[in-house]
Design a binder for this molecule. Structure first.
Ligand SMILES: Nc1ncnc2c1ncn2[C@@H]1O[C@H](COP(=O)(O)OP(=O)(O)OP(=O)(O)O)[C@@H](O)[C@H]1O
Ligand SMILES: C[C@H](O)[C@H](O)[C@@H](O)C(=O)CO
Ligand SMILES: [Mg+2]
Length: 490
């Protein structure tokens, strides 16, 4: 009987339980068993996630898997980064987790680094400066709550703890705290002290692929579940997405395109030099001792907000079709401007930005969406050039994975502007990477290289080549615009 693997992948906008099995042709077969919405809501003065709802959805999905005839499964959990749950002395959460988009950290970097030079912090951690990194969230955390806290658990670690009773801190997601020391590969004592947190308040650090334990008997009594062995995978969803990216050789970059666009490349040693620091690139830890040298780009969050403002009357593919009927590059937008992190009305924010910069104001849905896609493609192309410069290399291929890999228009614009081959897919690379780490952990797959080959042989990947003479000079004009207008995410 072949092993069955359940990948629980919860992004900022949606979650899903995907069942992965290896068929006789040594291909990974992926089946969506359960999907649910995610999102934060205002509660007790902050934007909060509903973590109990997410756990209930996981158990509901597992019941569907049992009902489909699976008696025994492996399971891995990955979610978005930086956010955490505070667990009290009684082992229960003290509050629902606050979202990284909450405004409590809007000025946290300036406050925390007033007596701690950013260059020093970057040398220690190699992590990009995003004001919602865990370090700054803890700096702004409610002191009374922190004093009652026995354990600080990152979201996926907390879910694994609730399901199995076992607490660990998995390194790929822990690195996004900006509290891990690159040299010692442990929590940095100075940074813990800076936010009044003790080493003991984090469970032991473990690498991706470490077995966690069985789902506890109390859940088995309350829900009709398969016997479930939980494995701690690369619990940062982007880390799982990178594992699930079928890159070949050494000259490939990845773009994990979902709520965020995470553009970067996989390194075996961190790159925390001056150029990387100046360009705010990060060295998030990857699976198997790798580093994810990447940059956070605002991503399709902007499209998600637009879709919501239109009352969800358009599907994402309909919005993409409307965009395709419009001319590209009608206005330049620094999509990483902090004003787009969590505005009250994204459409108005985009329109106001265009007014303030004396540009054509997009009005119709198609114009708005084309403005978003055009500027995402330009931003991606600009960052590919920066990656080449920082790493002194030439990345020929950009593997685009995640929901955004479905957008052929955006894939093609990106290929042409960046002058690279785009390989699009799998769109569920995060779930695939989650399952692959489980398969490597059980020995069903030999290693990461063999797994990526298997992925390439299992999923329909689409290639996009640069279209000569298209958009000549646009990227240079965009870069000049950015140089005059950039107020990046910091
Ligand atoms: N067919 C499509 N046409 C256009 N856009 C699409 C299509 N399918 C997905 N998308 C885009 O992909 C996004 C969702 O990507 P994905 O499913 O990777 O995100 P997620 O995993 O839910 O969230 P996160 O990025 O936080 O992990 C949507 O917001 C949408 O913009
Ligand atoms: C806040 C993080 O940067 C974000 O979660 C990103 O890393 C991610 O996980 C996108 O899916
Ligand atoms: Mg995702």
């Amino acid at each position: 009987m072949e092993n069955a693997y359940v990948a629980v992948d919860i992004g900022a906008s949606s979650g899903r339980l995907m069942l992965a099995e290896i068929n006789n042709q040594q291909q990974i077969q992926l089946k969506e068993m359960h999907r649910f919405k995610n999102g934060f809501k205002k509660a007790d003065g902050h934007d909060r996630w509903n973590i109990d709802y997410l756990i209930h959805e996981i158990l509901t999905g597992l019941e569907k898997i049992k009902a489909a005839g699976y008696q025994q499964v492996y399971l891995g959990i990955d979610t978005w980064a930086v956010d955490y749950v505070l667990v009290g002395q009684d082992g229960k959460k003290l509050a629902d987790p606050i979202s990284y988009r909450d405004h409590r950290t809007d000025h946290a970097i300036a406050d925390l680094t007033s007596d701690l030079p950013k260059s020093y912090l970057y040398k220690k951690t190699g992590i990009q400066f995003l004001d919602f990194n865990t370090l700054y969230q803890l700096y702004e955390e409610n002191e009374a709550l922190l004093e009652q806290t026995k354990q600080i658990m990152m979201i996926p670690d907390y879910i694994g703890y609730v399901l199995t009773g076992k607490a660990v801190t998995e390194v790929t997601n822990a690195s996004t705290t900006q509290m891990l020391n690159l040299q010692g590969r442990l929590f940095d004592e100075d940074l813990l002290a800076k936010v009044n947190v003790h080493d003991s308040q984090f469970a032991k650090l473990v690498e991706a692929g470490t077995p966690l334990g069985q789902i506890s008997a109390n859940w088995m009594e309350s829900f009709d579940l398969p016997e479930t062995q939980v494995i701690t995978v690369a619990t940062h969803d982007t880390a799982s997405a990178v594992v699930g990216t079928p890159g070949v050789g050494h000259d490939w970059a990845f773009l994990s395109s979902g709520t965020w666009s995470l553009l970067g490349t996989e390194l075996n040693t961190p790159e925390n030099g001056q150029l990387a620091f100046e360009n705010n690139y990060t060295n998030e830890w990857g699976a198997y001792g790798t580093y994810r040298f990447l940059k956070n780009i605002m991503g399709l969050w902007i499209a998600q907000c637009v879709k919501r403002i239109y009352g969800d009357q358009y599907s994402f593919s309909e919005l993409a079709s409307l965009a395709g009927q419009e001319k590209p590059f009608q206005q330049f937008i620094d999509i990483n401007d902090e004003r787009f992190v969590n505005p009250d009305n994204m459409i108005e924010e985009i329109q106001q930005y265009c007014r303030e910069t004396g540009q054509a104001v997009p009005e119709m849905p198609g114009e708005i969406m084309m403005a978003i896609y055009s500027n995402l493609a330009l931003f991606y192309a600009n960052e590919v050039q920066k990656l080449d410069a920082i790493l002194d290399c030439h990345l020929n291929t950009l593997n685009i994975v995640g929901g955004g890999s479905n957008i052929a228009l955006l894939n093609q614009m990106t290929s042409t502007l960046a002058n690279v081959t785009v390989v699009a897919g799998p769109n569920e690379a995060t779930a695939v990477g989650n399952a692959l780490v489980q398969m490597i952990s059980t020995g069903d797959v030999q290693d990461l290289k063999a797994g990526r080959q298997m992925i390439a042989n299992s999923f329909d990947l689409k290639r996009f080549e640069p279209e000569a003479d298209q958009y000549a000079g646009v990227l240079k004009r965009y870069q000049d615009f950015l140089n005059g207008h950039s107020k990046e995410l910091v």
